[in-house]
Design a protein around this ligand. Structure first.
Ligand code: 5GP
Ligand code: MN
Length: 331
């Protein structure tokens, strides 16, 4: 029923906008551009991907990435596009707070709105149709299923499939977590069958580090990683001066928060990054530690049970204290 409506809306629409969340990652960009490329190959002429903030360089090979509009760089164009579109897709998020400064324009947009996402607890007022499944590995996996069921299978090109594959790989840490359902592997198999160059994608996404990014990783692990054995916890903090020293670019700290979790006995890890007068918080955990709740209660955020994010408007020292104080309740 909902799938039929989605198909009808795509067929009828004149101008389609696709929006992923702020600080878009592989899954957000993969699902947005996977959908974009499928709609273009289906014959839609006016489709735009709009990001609330810049995406990492290691995703710039994706077909259509060069056409993506960045709200932070093209405010007027973006506001006009959102105002004039008749179909709006929101991918890899489920509450308009997740697009930061763009939220007022998304909220007031009169277009038919569709959410495709895998985060818990969607805001039911955010869209006309909400396709939400927290069991899937990634929004990209869900996007593939939705496109397939809507009848677009033959329009999922190699370019679209490559984007979708990327999101599955980045959201599961190369199939190491969130990937215990056989369905995920059926989707991966379909994408391989469509003809993606899997090895090339892995080179582009995971083996395209800059010298500075590698040095930032080394510095973070050697100088800035703290481990608290009694709390089974760890954190890494990076000030804006430190980020500047390593010529930080979006995506450079992607995955950094996962490293401490590979230390035996560490079950929860945080990354605190000072950016634009606030501290961006990333949280990861093993097992039964609900970092989305920890983030919601302390850092104005949320996310998945074992992978969440948020922000703090306190200074670094206070933010770290808040984290260490909050932990005992969750471990
Ligand atoms: P990351 O640490 O990679 O930025 O985010 C980890 C997970 O938490 C992702 O699924 C992301 O969508 C979610 N997340 C990150 N920041 C926020 C936030 O401020 N609010 C909410 N609700 N989720 C977030
Ligand atoms: Mn995701």
């Amino acid at each position: 029923m909902e799938l039929q409506v989605i198909l009808d809306k795509i067929v009828q629409s004149k101008s389609i906008v696709i929006v992923p969340h702020h600080n878009p990652d592989g899954d957000a960009m993969g699902s947005a551009l996977g959908l974009y490329n499928t709609l273009i190959s289906f014959g839609k002429k006016d489709v735009s991907v709009i990001v609330p903030s810049a995406f990492p360089d290691f995703l710039s090979w994706m077909k259509g990435a060069d056409m993506v509009l960045n709200f932070e760089l093209n405010k007027n164009d973006v506001i006009h596009k959102i105002d004039c579109c008749d179909l709006l897709f929101m991918v890899d998020f489920n509450s308009s707070k997740r697009v930061k400064g763009m939220s007022e324009y998304i909220d007031s947009c009169k277009a038919f709105k569709i959410v495709i996402d895998h985060h818990p607890m969607p805001d039911n007022n955010v869209a006309n149709i909400i396709i939400s499944d927290i069991e899937v590995s990634s929004t990209c996996e869900l996007m593939y299923v939705v496109l397939n069921k809507c009848g677009f299978k033959n329009y999922i090109t190699v370019d679209a499939a490559s984007c979708l594959y990327t999101g599955i790989m980045t959201d599961t840490g190369l199939l190491s977590h969130n990937s215990s359902r056989p369905e995920t592997y059926h989707v991966v198999a379909d994408l391989v069958e469509i003809g993606i160059n899997k090895d090339q994608i892995h080179r582009d996404v995971f083996h395209s580090n800059s010298f500075n990014r590698m040095r930032l990783l080394g510095y973070s692990l050697f100088e800035k990683m703290k481990v608290f054995n009694d709390l089974k916890a760890s954190y890494i903090s990076l000030t804006s001066e430190e980020l500047l020293r390593f010529e930080f670019k979006p995506g450079d700290t992607e995955g950094l928060v996962n490293y401490p979790l590979s230390i035996e006995g560490v079950d929860v890890s945080a990354l605190f990054m000072e950016q634009n007068n606030r501290i961006k918080v990333s949280l990861r955990s093993h097992g039964n530690i609900a970092v989305n709740q920890l983030s919601e209660e302390n850092f104005n955020g949320g996310g998945h049970f074992n992978a969440a994010g948020g922000e703090s408007f306190y200074n670094m020292e206070t933010t770290i204290e808040m984290y260490l104080k909050a932990l005992p309740k969750f471990i």
